[in-house]
Write a protein that binds this ligand. Structure first.
Ligand code: NG1
Ligand code: ZN
Length: 546
């Protein structure tokens, strides 16, 4: 048929490189950009099929390798909700990405369409394509376009250079029938930010400067555009990529969080100034500062995803406490937080001490997101700075109705009304699709102004336990199999007992291993009461893995 001919013809343009073996992994396909054209083309086909399966809903494709090096690239799919591709489709993604010939590709597609009951020709598919600033992005985007176009009646829309969360936000908005352009995204952020600023109890606080490290990526550019429409924020942006710096090279959130050092372009002159670092596609955010009394040169204090989560949780809890319990109409406000095994133990202790419901998920935002969505308000963060706050539809409509009701009863200026308005504004400011460094940064800034806190004061919520992360290269990382929460290794047999024996030697010792889903390594994490102890525990576990 025409459809088969169309796929056969276009797939001739993208032969699969010899020996390429890819897996959809923690965050889509990633690898050396030079090897990815066939993969991206095939994911283009998949996304058009996904749209057809879901009644022509808009699907998103983002071409990025996030915090990885500039010569890498990758592709991930956004489902209509703005969340990650349903995990049920990941095996099909793996199969077609690795199909060795056009013939095999076509038969896999036919088989899958039959199984999923997808028909071509009745409806049309729509796919939004975005990319980060990587030079390889342009030709990969063309490959994706051809892939989408090879499914008859499908439309690919190139929306250009964007942050990952912008793409997810637009896909979500489009499917909800809302305004969904980049301008709408910016307007949504600035309006809800303004609203939260206007609700600050103590006005007239002096606003101190925030220095932003843009990782030489797309985030710096976008934050500059956003700044035009923001007041009450004094921003200086560095590492925008225009001054010759290389994407993610000694800059960005991943570098600062993993190495615990200052990014390029920052130094002891910046002591005492609040700083924030984005990653290459602006879906991660961490804060840091150089202490004023730092005698040892450029020591850095890191405020990671756990600390951002703690600040958000504290603020949300404060607002929920201001709600009048009596007219909750039997509705329980349920605030929960989701962390992974990489969360610093001190943060978990702190959150539990706030009497919050703390649950754990496997590494990878798709897992955290799923668990957070079970709460009325669910906050999730990975220690590396990827996270957001989810509001359930039912709780949000309850809040909106409550806001109206209070206004009607002339309670517009009451503490309760303000708390409700703040929660509603947070739900529009913070990206409901995925973690978003830009919206996260605006929420951190407004909460600090609300509390009247400096970055040092925020940092004092709790003191991180010293920790160490090490990557170990092994012949076969799949030899390591863990329990569902990844805190214990089931295979190789006996290794967990050996790890436990090491942990026992340390005060507040904790350690675990897991195979990475994005790199060919086994990751080792350890924490203990001193840095020396954490390092030593990590190193002895590395010896067990090798
Ligand atoms: P892997 O390589 O599976 O550990 C890393 C991060 C994840 C997540 C993904 C996607 C750590 C320890 N792991 O996954 O949290 O962000 O990349 O980018 O930071
Ligand atoms: Zn990223």
């Amino acid at each position: 048929t025409n459809q088969i001919a169309s796929i056969l013809k276009s797939s001739e343009l993208f032969p699969i490189p010899q020996g390429l073996k890819l897996s959809y992994g923690t965050a889509g396909f990633r690898g050396d950009a030079k090897l990815l054209e066939s993969t991206v083309y095939r994911v283009g086909i998949l996304s058009a099929l996904r749209s057809l399966k879901l009644g022509s809903a808009t699907i998103g494709l983002m071409i990025t390798a996030s915090h990885n090096k500039v010569s890498d690239n990758g592709i991930k799919v956004s489902d209509p909700s703005g969340g990650m591709l349903s995990q049920e489709w990941e095996p099909f993604a793996d199969q077609i990405a690795n199909a060795s010939s056009p013939g095999e590709l076509v038969s896999l597609i036919r088989e899958f369409m039959e199984k999923e009951d997808i028909t071509i020709g009745e409806k049309s598919a729509e796919v939004l394509l975005g990319r980060d600033t990587r030079p390889s992005g342009e030709s990969l985007l063309r490959a994706a376009e051809i892939g989408v176009g090879s499914i008859l009646g499908s439309v690919a829309i190139d929306i250009g250079i964007l942050t990952t969360p912008q793409l997810h936000w637009m896909v979500r908005a489009k499917n909800k029938g809302l305004k969904a352009t980049e301008n709408d995204y910016f307007e949504n952020l600035s309006v809800s930010f303004r609203c939260l600023i206007d609700l600050i109890p103590i006005s007239g606080n002096k606003i101190s400067k925030l220095l932003v490290d843009g990782a030489n990526g797309v985030g710096g550019e976008k934050i500059e555009e956003l700044r035009e429409s923001l007041s009450n924020l004094d921003l200086e942006i560095r590492n925008t990529g225009r001054d010759g710096g290389v994407l993610n090279e000694s800059v960005g959130a991943d570098f600062v969080q993993k190495e615990k050092v200052l990014p390029l372009g920052f130094g002891s002159n910046d002591a005492g100034v609040r700083c924030a670092s984005l990653d290459g596609d602006a879906d991660r955010l961490v804060y840091f500062y150089v202490p004023l009394d730092s005698s040892s040169g450029e020591k850095v204090e890191l405020l990671d995803g756990d600390k951002i989560l703690s600040l958000f949780a504290l603020f949300i809890k404060e607002q929920l406490n201001a709600l009048d319990d009596d007219d909750k109409e039997g509705k329980q406000s349920r605030l929960g937080v989701v962390q992974t095994a990489y969360a610093n133990g001190a943060s978990t202790d702190y959150l539990r001490q706030l009497e919050l419901d703390v649950v754990f998920a496997k590494t990878g935002v798709k897992h955290l997101h799923e668990k957070a969505a079970e709460f009325d308000i669910g906050i999730y963060f990975e220690a590396n700075g990827h996270g957001t706050i989810l509001f359930s539809e039912s709780f949000l409509s309850w809040l909106v109705a409550k806001e109206k009701d209070l206004t009607a009863r002339a309670q517009a200026g009451s503490e309760e009304h303000k708390a409700v308005s703040r929660l509603v504004a947070v739900s529009t400011l913070i990206n409901q699709a995925v973690g978003d460094a830009l919206s996260g940064l605006l929420l951190v800034e407004v909460i600090l102004q609300h509390m009247g806190w400096s970055v040092e004061k925020w940092n004092e919520l709790y003191k991180d336990l010293p920790s160490r992360q090490i990557k170990v290269e092994v012949p076969d990382r799949t030899a390591v199999v863990t329990t569902s929460e990844e805190t214990e290794a089931l295979k190789p047999l006996g290794i967990q007992d050996a790890i436990n024996a090491e942990i026992k030697k340390y005060t507040r010792g904790r350690a675990f291993i897991r195979p990475s889903g994005t790199e060919d390594v086994v990751r080792v994490y350890a924490e203990a009461s001193t840095q020396e102890a954490a390092d030593s525990l990590a190193n002895s576990v590395v010896q067990l893995v090798k």
